[in-house]
Design a protein around this ligand. Sequence first.
Ligand code: NI
Length: 238
Amino acid sequence: MLFRIPQVLNLAELASIREILAVAEFVDGKLTAGWHAKAVKHNQQLKTALPEAQDLKHKVHSAFVRHPLFQAAVRPRSIHTILFSRYDEGMSYGRHTDNALMSGQDFHRSDVSFTLFLNAPNEYDGGELVIEGADDEQTYKLEAGMAIVYPSSSLHRVQPVTRGQRWVAVGWVQSLVRDPAQREILFDLETTRRSLFAQSGKTDEFDLISKTLSNLLRMWPTSVGRLELLTPRSLYPC
Ligand code: NI
């Protein structure tokens, strides 16, 4: 499921993040790309070891965690990786798919990817995020503070920036529910019960949908806990 999330960050948060990024140290984005994505990744990324990078990650992490639409649609188990990217004039990120497994202290599966736009679309030309479907593609260039959330399994790219700078935060999420179709059912039920509640309060129908939602959540959550024990890290150089 592809969807936009409005107002992940408010204007004050955006301004404070941009102020820090404007003077922070950036490094070549190839350092955090998989071996095949390196060939097409041309951008700059905030050096992750900096203390300010940890602070910014925390801000973005909290903003997603508190967002009700993100919670209902993604069911995050962990937002395990967040990077801050800058595309100067001439930079782009060619067609690629994101790594399925990312290792930090532990392995995490990438179910869902997000791009959070940190500056206004009129500040740069080009720089659209293009996500490929089976026989078409969708193009996104959103307002500052908005995010697009999409399956990590998709092929996608960032078009060359031809004027100005494109600033984004990108991240990867392991969901409690691995199957996107199951996540969609949970999202539809959640949306329906909230709508019913808004119209008629806590009715018998609301209670039954709530019961079903809870029981599906008990039935479907998955984890890669065993994978951490079973998979040698060297098999997955990220
Ligand atoms: Ni990507």
